[in-house]
Design a binder for this molecule. Structure first.
Ligand SMILES: [Zn+2]
Length: 319
């Protein structure tokens, strides 16, 4: 009888210990599960907060992320002159998508002012003064032979960079007339080797003017990539492969100020063309020209900027 009682006691203790063990084990599983659920929740909250730009604390995180990302992009592009605000710029890939219409509205109106066919020692400085006055930047697609033209034209290239503007490539000769002897598009077909060679020559010319190595990922084809598509250029696949291999993006535009078509326009007409082209679009890439004879474009620029600012647009560069 006594022995049996003792046995019962031992059994009871063993069961108690086993039970405690099971409870402890279950508790561990439960708590690690709840930790992982918490982690998932925190992640989605962060993602949401980063997406929600009204939260200023999270905006700092977002900005830091953007800055680190854009710093890398800038370094890769060899761009070192974007001043203290690399947040000023959008990645070439993003802008390429914007031009393709491949983006969703996010409540942020962004305008990319772009100037082609420079530098000129007459119009480009006027444009730079206006941009400086408004404290904004633009993207300049330079022609290599215009850069190489004189000591003054090289000085203008340095001014463009020193003010924090972005520099893109617009070929060396800009010879896009299909009937010209040394056309980039002889017989309306792209000479891919020639086009890529001119891209490199232009980068060299810009680097020479800046006094350092210069590379860029943004290329604006003379006449626009869109014209090669329009003409169903049979060499486009070869060209696409060449630029893709080097991480280059062809950057066209979504709004044309039409300052390079037919008869010269006055500044009011140029402004109206921009205004009409911008419409209600949230992201706009505006084509203008800062080469010789485009004083009316420079004159229209303050009006264009005032209008876009009034409509709530921010100004960004492309890198
Ligand atoms: Zn051009």
């Amino acid at each position: 009888m006594k022995r049996r009682k003792k046995f019962n006691k031992v059994t009871f203790i063993v069961i108690l210990v086993l039970l405690a063990g099971v409870i402890y084990y279950e508790y561990n599983i439960l708590s690690s599960y709840s930790k992982s659920v918490q982690a998932v929740n925190t992640n989605s909250i962060n993602t949401f907060a980063v997406a929600n730009r009204s939260n200023s604390g999270e905006k700092n995180i977002e900005n830091k992320f953007k800055k680190e990302k854009s710093d890398k992009v800038l370094q890769a592009a060899g761009v070192q002159d974007l001043g203290e605000n690399p947040l000023n710029s959008y990645d070439a890939a993003q802008v390429y998508n914007i031009i393709q219409g491949n983006y969703k509205n996010d409540g942020h109106k962004i305008a990319f002012l772009t100037f082609d066919d420079g530098p000129s020692i007459t119009v480009t400085p006027m444009v730079l003064n206006t941009l400086k006055h408004y404290g904004i930047n633009a993207t300049f697609f330079l022609i290599g032979k215009m850069v190489d033209e004189s000591a003054q034209s090289k000085a203008v290239v340095r001014m463009i960079a020193a003010d924090g503007n972005s520099i893109g490539n617009h070929s060396y000769t800009h010879e896009y007339q299909i009937n010209m002897a040394n056309s980039l598009f002889p017989g309306n077909k792209m000479d891919v080797a020639r086009v890529m060679n001119e891209f490199d020559e232009t980068n060299k010319a810009i680097g020479n003017a800046l006094g350092r190595k210069f590379t860029t990922r943004i290329f604006r084809l003379p006449g626009g990539y869109v014209s090669r598509v329009y003409y169903k250029d049979p060499n486009l696949p070869q060209f696409n492969a060449a630029i893709k291999a080097r991480g280059i993006y062809c950057i066209d535009w979504t709004v044309d100020d039409r300052d390079s078509e037919g008869r010269p326009l006055n500044s009011d007409q140029i402004f109206q063309n921009v205004k009409n082209g911008v419409g209600n679009n949230e992201k706009v890439v505006i084509l203008m020209h800062d080469t010789y004879g485009k004083e009316q474009t420079a004159k229209a620029l303050p009006q264009i900027i005032d209008y876009l600012k009034g409509q709530g647009y921010e100004f960004k560069t492309i890198v």
